[in-house]
Design a protein around this ligand. Structure first.
Ligand code: T3D
Length: 262
C-alpha cells in the first residue's frame, strides 16, 4: 500500500509511523485511519520490536478532521458511534495489543482523540512545547479513544473531570508531573531521546517487554490473587525463552546480552 497521509519505515527492529497531514495538524480522516491500520498490521507482522508514533510538522494530532464530510453534523443520519466503532476503537485496540513497547513522541499539540491516542501508548515522551487538550467538551462530545477510561486511571478522577469538562490545555510539564506521561524533554532533545529509547527496546528482550506491558495493562481488571497467578504463569513461559537463557548467561559472563526476541 502506498501511503499518502502517513510516513512509515521499518528497519533495525524499529517501526516509525509519522502522521503526515501537517496543514491539518495531522487530524484523522477515514483514509488516514486505513493507512495507520495497515502500517500497524505490518508493524506486528514484519519483525518490528518497538514502534515510534509521532506527527509531522508543529502538531502531533488534532483528533478527528472536523471538515471530513463523513462526520459533518446536519446530515440527518450522522452516526459518530459508527466512526468510533470502525476507526478509533480498533486503533486503540491495535496500539495497546501490539506485542512490543510503543513509544509516542508528542512533538506538538495533541487534541481530542489525538491526546487519547498518545495516552494509549506505553511510553509517552513529549516536547516541552507540546500540550494535551481534551477538546471534546467544546463540540458537545465526550472523550473517546479510551479517554474516559485512561484519564481517571492515570490522573485521578478530579483531574480527569477537570481536563475533560473544561478542555483546558495541559502543558507537557504538567502532564509529566501529573503522571499522564513518562517524560517531558526540551523540544530539540525529543528526537534523540526517543531514538535512544527505541534502540534500547529493539535490542532488548522483546517477549519480556510484551509480557510486562500486557501484565500491567491487564492488571487493572484483576485482583491481587489473580495477578499473582498471572505472574507465575508468565514467568513459567518466559523462563523457557532464549532471551532468558541469554540474559542470565550474559550476566554470569559479565558481558552485554544479545537478545533475539525469541
Ligand atoms: O467525529 C467523529 O468521528 C468522532 C470522533 C471524534 C474524535 C475527536 O477527536 S473530536 C475532537 C476533534 N478535534 C478538535 O476539536 C480539535 C480542533 N482543533 C483545535 O482546537 C485547534 O486547531 C488546536 C487547539 C488543536 C490547535 O490550535 P492552533 O491555534 O495551534 O492551530 P489552528 O490554527 O487552530 O489549526 C491549524 C490548521 O489546522 C487550521 O487550518 P487553516 O486555518 O490553517 O486552514 C485548522 O483549521 C486545522 N485544524 C486543526 N484541527 C483540525 C483542523 N482541521 C480539521 N480538523 C481538526 N480537528
Amino acid at each position: 500500500m502506498e501511503y499518502e497521509t502517513i510516513l512509515f519505515d521499518l528497519s533495525g527492529g524499529i517501526a516509525r509511523l509519522t502522521l503526515n497531514r501537517p496543514d491539518r495538524l495531522n487530524s484523522f480522516t477515514g483514509h488516514m485511519h486505513a493507512e495507520v491500520r495497515d502500517a500497524l498490521t505490518r508493524t506486528a507482522s514484519e519483525g518490528a520490536r518497538t514502534l515510534i508514533l509521532t506527527g509531522a510538522g508543529r502538531g502531533f494530532c488534532a483528533g478527528q478532521d472536523l471538515s471530513d464530510s463523513a462526520v459533518s453534523p446536519g446530515g440527518g443520519d450522522i452516526d459518530l458511534g459508527h466512526a468510533v466503532e470502525t476507526h478509533y476503537n480498533p486503533l486503540i485496540r491495535q496500539i495497546t495489543g501490539l506485542n512490543m513497547p510503543v513509544i509516542c513522541a508528542v512533538n506538538g499539540v495533541a487534541a481530542g482523540a489525538g491526546a487519547n491516542i498518545a495516552f494509549a501508548c506505553d511510553i509517552v515522551i513529549a516536547a516541552r512545547g507540546a500540550k494535551f487538550i481534551q477538546s471534546f467538551a467544546a463540540i458537545g462530545l465526550l472523550p473517546d479513544s479510551g479517554g474516559t477510561w485512561v484519564l481517571p486511571r492515570l490522573a485521578g478522577q478530579a483531574r480527569a473531570l477537570g481536563l475533560a469538562l473544561t478542555g483546558e490545555p495541559l502543558s507537557a510539564e504538567q502532564a509529566e508531573s501529573w503522571g499522564l506521561i513518562w517524560k517531558c524533554v526540551d523540544d530539540d532533545a525529543l528526537a534523540s531521546t526517543v531514538d535512544a529509547l527505541a534502540q534500547r527496546f529493539a535490542m532488548g528482550a522483546t517477549l519480556g517487554y510484551a509480557a510486562t506491558k500486557h501484565g500491567i495493562r491487564g492488571s487493572m481488571a484483576r485482583t491481587l490473587d489473580q495477578e499473582l497467578d498471572h505472574e507465575r504463569d508468565e514467568m513459567r513461559r518466559l523462563g523457557k525463552t532464549n532471551d532468558y537463557s541469554e540474559g542470565v548467561q550474559a550476566f554470569l559472563e559479565k558481558r552485554k546480552p544479545r537478545f533475539t526476541g525469541s
